[in-house]
Design a protein around this ligand. Structure first.
Ligand SMILES: [Cu+2]
Length: 178
């Protein structure tokens, strides 16, 4: 690839970085207080929280919890309805988990610890396709502030910054090649 090809590739990469930064959101589950994944104690209602989120494929859910007390499991709708934690689909247990949403549709999360699902440490959340418009919001134009930013209760900035830094690092390395 000549310098011209490299330059074109670099511009493409730059656009991809801008797109990734603008489109992917990391949501703190439930609350902005840390840890955020716990037995509901009156201050947090995961089901209500999930209703206020417009989740899209490519977004992530951030769980922070005491790994001695809790974990995160994804389950199917049947297991979710029955609080059956035996047949989970995936498990995260390191105390800090960023779960990337890879498919549209309903996603179901709970904790494997006995009775925690029954005590409402559980929620279901709908994921829209990556570029789908939310049902209630008109497409935003470039002059209006994005409606998403004002309604997002808790954005986990460090993770977003990490992905941005990764993009910038790749760009820097690519520009050195020029
Ligand atoms: Cu738990």
């Amino acid at each position: 690839m000549g310098p011209r090809g490299l330059r074109t590739a670099l511009i493409g990469l730059n656009l991809l970085c801008v797109f990734l930064d603008a489109s992917a959101t990391v949501y703190n589950v439930g609350t902005s207080t840390m840890p955020n994944w716990m037995l509901p104690n009156g201050s947090v209602n995961y089901t209500e929280w999930a209703k206020g989120i417009t989740l899209r494929v490519g977004d992530s859910l951030y769980f922070k919890y005491n790994p001695n007390l809790h974990n995160v499991i994804s389950v199917n709708s049947t297991s979710f309805a029955a609080c059956d934690t035996k047949n989970f689909l995936q498990v995260w247990d390191e105390g800090e988990s960023t779960v990337l949403i890879q498919e549209p549709g309903m996603h179901y999360f709970t904790c494997e610890a006995p009775t925690h699902c029954q005590k409402s440490q559980a929620f279901s959340i709908l994921a829209l396709a990556a570029l789908e418009s939310p049902p209630q919001a008109a497409p935003s134009n470039s002059t209006a502030p994005a409606p998403k930013s004002s309604s997002v209760p808790a954005l986990h900035q460090p993770v977003l910054l990490n992905s941005l830094m990764l993009c910038l690092t790749v760009l820097l390395l690519a520009s050195i090649e020029l």
